[in-house]
Ligand binder design. Structure first.
Ligand code: BES
Ligand code: MN
Ligand code: ZN
Length: 497
């Protein structure tokens, strides 16, 4: 898809389609009014007859409107003007894009920036429109023998703005939106791949390839035997139960000055989570291919940061392993020694994410990070607590937590903070080792984060539990690419301040 901005009157547009908003009830937007005027009341006439109420997502495609140079006008319902906020805006865009794509308009001029979205500026509106467009057009059909792509697909969207100054804002917004979409797209592709393809070795190859594409990116892969000899007993306790060897995947991007401490992103990359010997029930187990959603999210965010040439030093670490039941798999009751020297009693082999992450978190100490953010589909409890709308956020550093919460609000990829109080730590007590890997039913998301917090004492750290946000189930089953918008917004904001 191509995107552009221009300023000009709607009636002067020679385009396959001009898109203008209509509010409920039957109220044309300012640009709609202009078109109505030009066409001698053609639009208001149609609206008066009741063909277009303006309800959110309602569409009406008009051909051959008098005195208008474009082939079509698409009226898009925006709902009540004063209720028009982020989610209405995004839904409206999605509807416009599917309609254009299905009705053969290969390009269109959209009057979106004139629509008032509460608290949002032009930059936000255009960037969000780019992201929503790319998200709507996303397909994953590599494994279908026939593709059902549109015959005359949408190729180009032009956003109309009112002034010259807005042209520059618009162009920047498009650039940012495209980079974020690229990262989101990459994350979705990785996570949607079947688990017999996207195994730890595959993820390592993808990282290797990325480092070959960009000159300021370097890659290092540590394989299972190296992890073992290094002392990553917790990580290996998970990966050794699989025929697929585990990998620690490290990508570095040197975009900032050499003496600036790096931002480190750590992703849970369990390419399939059967639960191990504490086997999961069979229902919807296929969805555990998405258990590398954290890895996909940090990979995608890395791609966006590099695409935008952000002036930061960024390191991405993926803890990639497959959690399988096997003769060599860990048993409930096994005690292992982590890279930090702390011992762990594995009471449930299905709490594997924290085992691979704790060693990866100890490993990243060597980078002397400014901040470390880990991203993981860590707990079913987080799905119960927050559902699919917000990722869980826990942190040992409140300024970092606030920056992430703000980035979530700004990007629409929201997070919600849960407490990391010491009161919860005792749930991890073990009679036989320094700690157990589970803390019982109550507050499962918090006790999982408490576990990780024992390995992050040396730096400012935040944890994002994306168990509820990384993918959708049911008919729309598939990866969402979250939290790429949140993380990349955080990185962009850091570069501005
Ligand atoms: N990957 C799962 C968490 C998960 C479950 C994410 C369902 C999304 C949907 C994780 O490895 C896991 O199995 N966690 C256990 C922890 C428990 C054994 C303490 C869980 O949440 O049930
Ligand atoms: Mn598990
Ligand atoms: Zn898991």
């Amino acid at each position: 898809m191509e995107f552009g901005v221009k300023s000009g009157n709607p009636e002067k547009q020679r385009s396959a389609c001009v898109v203008v908003g209509v509010y409920e009830s039957r109220k044309l937007s300012a640009m709609g009014e202009q078109l109505d005027h030009i066409s001698d009341g053609y639009l208001s006439n149609i609206i008066r007859r009741g063909d277009m109420e303006g309800k959110l997502g309602q569409v009406l495609l008009l051909h051959n409107v008098p005195n208008v140079m474009s082939d079509r006008i698409l009226l898009i319902g925006c709902g009540k003007e004063r209720d028009f906020a982020d989610s209405q805006y995004k839904n409206m865009i999605a509807k416009v894009i599917t309609t254009l794509n299905d009705t053969g308009s290969m390009e269109a001029v959209c009057f979106f920036s004139e629509l008032n979205v509460r608290g949002r500026d032009i930059h936000w509106k255009i960037r969000q429109a780019v992201e929503s467009t790319q998200d709507t057009l996303y397909t994953f059909d590599n494994f279908k023998s026939k593709s059902d792509a549109a015959r005359r697909p949408l190729r180009r969207i032009t956003f109309n703005v009112t002034s010259r100054k807005e042209l520059t804002i618009g162009e920047n917004a498009i650039k940012e939106g495209l980079a974020v979409s690229k990262g989101t797209h990459r994350a979705r592709d990785l996570a949607n791949l079947p688990p017999n393809v996207a195994n730890p070795t595959y993820l390592a190859e993808q990282a290797q390839k990325l480092s070959e594409e960009y000159s300021d990116v370097s890659c290092e892969i540590l394989d299972e035997s190296e992890l073992e000899s290094m002392g990553m007993g917790a990580f290996v306790a998970v990966s050794k139960g699989s025929e697929q060897p585990g990998k620690l995947i490290i990508l570095k991007y040197a975009g900032g000055e050499a003496d600036r401490k790096p931002v480190v992103l750590v992703g849970k990359g369990i390419t399939f989570d059967t639960g191990g010997i504490s086997l999961k029930p069979g229902e919807a187990m296929d969805e555990m291919k998405f258990d590398m959603g954290g890895a996909a999210g940090v990979f995608g965010s890395f791609v966006t940061a590099v695409e935008l040439e952000l002036p930061i030093n960024l390191i991405m670490v993926i803890a990639a392993a497959e959690n399988m039941p096997d003769g060599r798999a860990s048993r409930p009751g096994d005690i292992v020694t982590s890279l930090s020297g702390q011992t762990i009693e594995i009471l449930n082999t299905d709490a594997e994410g924290r085992l691979v992450l704790c060693d990866a978190l100890t490993y990243v100490e060597r980078f002397e990070p400014d901040v470390v953010i880990d991203v993981a589909t860590l707990t079913g409890a987080c799905v119960i607590a927050l559902g699919a709308h917000a990722s869980g956020l826990l942190s040992n550093h409140s300024p970092l937590a606030h920056e992430l919460l703000n980035a979530g609000k700004q990007s629409g990829d929201k997070a919600w903070q849960l407490p990391l109080w010491d009161d919860y730590q005792e749930q991890l007590n073990s009679n036989f080792a320094d700690m157990a890997n589970i803390g019982g039913k109550p507050a499962g998301t918090i006790t999982a984060a408490c576990f990780l917090s024992r390995f992050t004492k040396k730096f400012n750290w935040a944890h994002l539990d994306i168990a509820g946000t990384a993918w959708l189930s049911g008919k729309a089953k598939g990866s969402t690419g979250r939290p790429v918008p949140l993380l990349t917004q955080y990185l962009i904001n850091r570069c501005k301040s």
